[in-house]
Design a protein. Structure first.
Length: 248
């Protein structure tokens, strides 16, 4: 959000200088005089910044995964692309929808402005849509009274900050039409409970179920906070094999 605001300010400044030159300053210079440096930079940067701004605002925006809350689907250090029009075209910064396109579906991996602090972007998986009754109990997810199928795949080990080794089990979970992997630590604490998702809100959870601060802790994601749907890993400095992978 802060970067979008910065780009808007740069666009306004460079665009104003360019227009001021066309309307006033150019007429006061000698016919063959060179453009002042500030005018030259504004004329060069404005079109480039405008194109980047339009792409980031309405087509796709890059994000870096900062933590392991979405493991094993997304790893810390993954650079991803987020589709900005899947959930409707939105006014930059204000984030108000001006063209309806679609809404988050159960199973989507989506980016949103963190409700307690909207200047921060979070990424989680859509578990509950408006009207759903969500229960998480004994490491098992229930939606509208139906138990979500989970199949054990293998043991999974990863390293956290401080070189701590975490031992988990990897399961394949069927969430609506989406099959994805989740991590479960059988002997760790996991917040449990049941809620009903109100209209205009979504219930989000991380795939690393025991190491994710999500809707179980801070509540629902409002429609106005949506940013877009993650769909592509375009870079990872530590694992080149992840480059080009789709997000599902």
């Amino acid at each position: 959000m802060m970067f979008a605001l910065f780009m808007v300010l740069v666009l306004m400044v460079t665009g104003f200088i360019w227009l001021l030159d066309i309307a006033v300053l150019r007429k006061r210079r000698a016919p063959n005089a060179k453009d002042p440096m500030l005018v030259e930079y504004s004329k060069s940067f404005f079109p480039v910044i405008l194109v980047v701004f339009l792409i980031r605002s309405f087509i796709a925006e890059p994000f870096k995964i900062p933590s392991g809350s979405m493991m094993p689907t997304l790893l810390a250090g993954d650079f991803i692309l987020v589709n900005k029009f899947t959930y409707g075209l939105r006014v930059p910064i204000l984030n108000n929808t001006f063209i309806e396109v679609g809404h988050p579906k159960r199973g989507d991996v989506f980016v949103f402005h963190y409700p307690p602090e909207p200047s921060i972007d979070y990424i989680k998986r859509v578990v509950g849509v408006p009207g759903d009754k969500i229960v998480y109990q004994d490491k098992q997810l229930y939606i509208n009274g139906q138990k979500m199928d989970m199949t054990y795949l293998d043991d999974y080990q990863y390293e956290t900050t401080g070189f701590n080794q975490v031992h988990a089990k990897r399961y394949s979970e069927q969430l609506g039409d989406v099959k994805h992997d989740v991590l479960i630590e059988e002997n760790s604490f996991s917040k449990e409970g049941g809620v009903e998702v109100p209209p205009g809100y979504y219930f989000a959870m991380g795939d690393n179920r025991d190491n994710s601060k999500d809707s179980r802790y801070w509540g629902f994601v409002p429609e106005r906070n949506l940013v877009g749907r993650a769909f592509f890993i375009w870079w990872n400095f530590e694992d080149f094999k992840r480059i080009g992978s789709s997000v599902h």
